[in-house]
Write a new protein. Structure first.
Length: 581
């Protein structure tokens, strides 16, 4: 998830763009670049953070320009892979946020037609396609409009050429905002870089292409001119540091539908690593939330495909490796988790094949494992994992889908819509019950047992309430002694084979005086009758039930912590990436 900024107006463009990109570094910061436009293009781009190395960029001259701060997807972070990218002539510059899924096919065709590439990115194919059309039409907007249908994937684009005194913008699935000024106009990935310059904004819609000059914005969709409302943005500079959200955590929770969708799309089902085609036995090594994601995967894969999965804490695996063979999967958001790295090295020493699932291109684990699959969560700033966890599940669910004959294609393509629905839920009653508790128990069965573990982890991480997750039947083997009117229980009771026994478990907990918050599907009248608070998620297959339940528990933890006045983005004693044992 990268950040882009564009400017055209009466001022020098470079300072405006540099400051805008600094505000977008939460979206990516492994490299940056700026192009400004006068009679010719001037370009400056580098590996590293713009907040630390913007000196040369500030010296570029021109009253129009585009800039980019990168979170690498295709191609390692270096000067060549940094945006903007230019065509063969050096007269067209382009920045891009998103992923061009069919770039490999396009690149092969362009190479055959004589184009020269200077980077390893997916983005560069777009500027070469525009070059070909522009050579014929000599109209940048027309060239961009003609190229858009050939692109598969997501994109927000800003393009310019010294032959035309304007910026051309286009978007599909990635956000792009036009800021309306006085004798100047702006464009950016969100309002964060724009709010100090204007409160008027146009949010482009999917399929839109716009011509942006100093005094005019024209928007087209499928070749026809369209009207988009100019909205007044009532934000302060302080608000927009987190994109208008009070905390990064809630912002990232709300980004989960897109994170899941992008991660699903990023797994090419026709080009999965060979080691996944016939894995034999599978062992998963991970820590924290990543371990819980792996445990959910174990339940779903064993149920849907009958393939056995062994779960191991990475911190234990290094010192007490079990007798293993087959495939070992290491899961880590950062790609730098020390215990997981050591576990994969141990697995390789035992001649096991290894697969890494991580969020960070170029991370150590991607160089350690035989094969790596990158999820597409984008940068995650809050310490508590939310959208990275959902992205891990997207990759794991796609692997399960592949191994069981792609029975889940349609369901997984639409799962993000169910997540969006859950984000609208009002959890006030449940928050009021939890905020006064000293201990909370989470219970579930099957894949909802690790969902309970993750829900409890989120609650303890950010609210500091003692919380534990259990397989529901295990409460009777000790924890029942702790149940009272002061210990709420959060019970996940979904339709299926264990529904009846979960109902019995809930009644047993109620008999001990424990208040129960129950999650179920739809309008479940039986759960409504026996639970103190009932939360109904959308009716859906079990894969989607898991996702929706997780989002509800994230929201419950977040709002409880906020109600208690906790620092949810930086919980005490914790760090985002655990790079030591």
């Amino acid at each position: 998830m990268c950040g882009i900024v564009g400017y055209i107006g009466r001022r020098e463009a470079a300072p405006v763009i540099v400051e805008g990109l600094k505000k977008l570094e939460y979206r990516g910061y492994d490299s940056f670049g700026i192009a400004t436009m006068g009679d010719v293009l001037c370009l400056d781009k580098h590996k590293g953070r713009i907040s630390e190395n913007a000196g040369a960029a500030l010296l570029l001259k021109g009253k129009a320009g585009i800039g980019h701060t990168r979170w690498a997807t295709h191609g390692i972070p270096n000067d060549a892979n940094a945006h903007p990218h230019t065509d063969c002539t050096g007269n067209i510059a382009l920045v891009h946020n998103g992923i061009i899924e069919n770039y490999s096919d396009i690149k092969r065709e362009l190479l055959l037609r004589g184009h020269t590439f200077k980077s390893d990115t997916d983005t560069e194919v777009v500027v070469h396609l525009i070059e070909e059309v522009y050579d014929r039409k000599q109209d940048l907007l027309a060239a961009v409009q003609e190229v858009i249908p050939a692109l598969k994937g997501s994109f927000a684009l800003l393009v310019m050429t010294p032959g035309e005194d304007r910026l051309v913008a286009a978007r599909r699935a990635s956000p792009l905002v036009i800021g309306i000024g006085d004798g100047e106009n702006f464009a950016a990935s969100d309002m964060t870089p724009l709010i100090e310059h204007t409160e008027r904004a146009i949010f482009l819609e999917d399929g839109d292409a716009a011509s942006v000059t100093r005094t005019k914005v024209e928007i087209f969709n499928q070749g026809k001119i369209v009207t988009r409302d100019v909205e007044l943005i009532d934000w302060t500079l302080e608000d927009v540091k987190r994109g208008g959200y009070p905390h990064f955590m809630i912002k990232e929770i709300y980004e989960q539908p897109l994170a899941f969708y992008n991660s699903i799309q990023s797994v090419d089902m026709d080009a999965l690593p060979k080691i996944l085609k016939n894995p034999g036995t599978i062992t998963v090594v991970a820590c924290g939330s990543s371990f819980n994601a792996g445990l959910i995967f174990k339940y779903l894969l064993e149920e849907s495909c009958g393939i056995p999965v062994r779960m191991e804490y990475a911190s234990e695996f290094r010192y007490f490796p079990p007798p293993i063979d087959g495939l070992v999967i290491g899961i880590t958001q950062s790609g730098e988790t020390a215990d997981t790295l050591m576990a994969l090295r141990q697995a390789r020493a035992h001649n096991c094949r290894t697969l890494a699932i991580t969020n960070v291109l170029g991370s150590t684990i991607s160089r350690t494992a035989d094969t790596t699959i990158f999820m597409r969560a984008g940068p995650e700033i809050s310490v508590a994992a939310t959208k990275s966890f959902i992205a891990q599940l997207a990759v794991l669910m796609q692997i399960a889908n592949c191994l069981c004959g792609r029975k889940c294609d349609d369901m997984l393509q639409r799962a993000h819509q169910a997540i969006e629905e859950v984000l609208l839920m009002d959890l006030t009653e449940a928050v009021d019950l939890c905020r006064g508790a000293s201990s909370i128990f989470y219970v579930g069965r099957g894949p909802f047992y690790p969902v309970s573990l993750e829900g409890a982890l989120k609650m303890k991480e950010i609210s500091y309430i003692h919380a534990e997750g259990y397989a529901a039947g295990e409460l009777k083997h000790g924890p029942f002694a702790l149940l009272s009117t002061e210990t709420p229980v959060i019970a996940l009771c979904m339709p299926g084979e264990t529904y009846g026994v979960m109902i019995s478990n809930i009644k047993e907990m109620k008999a001990r005086g424990a208040p129960v918050i129950s999650l179920g599907c739809g309008a479940d009248t039986e759960l409504v009758d026996i639970a103190d608070i009932y939360i109904g998620i959308p009716q859906a297959p079990v894969f989607v039930q898991v996702l929706c339940s997780l989002v509800v528990l994230q929201l419950l933890a977040y709002h409880t912590a906020v109600a208690m006045g906790c620092d949810v983005d930086k919980p005490r004693n914790l760090a985002k990436s655990v790079t030591v044992e």
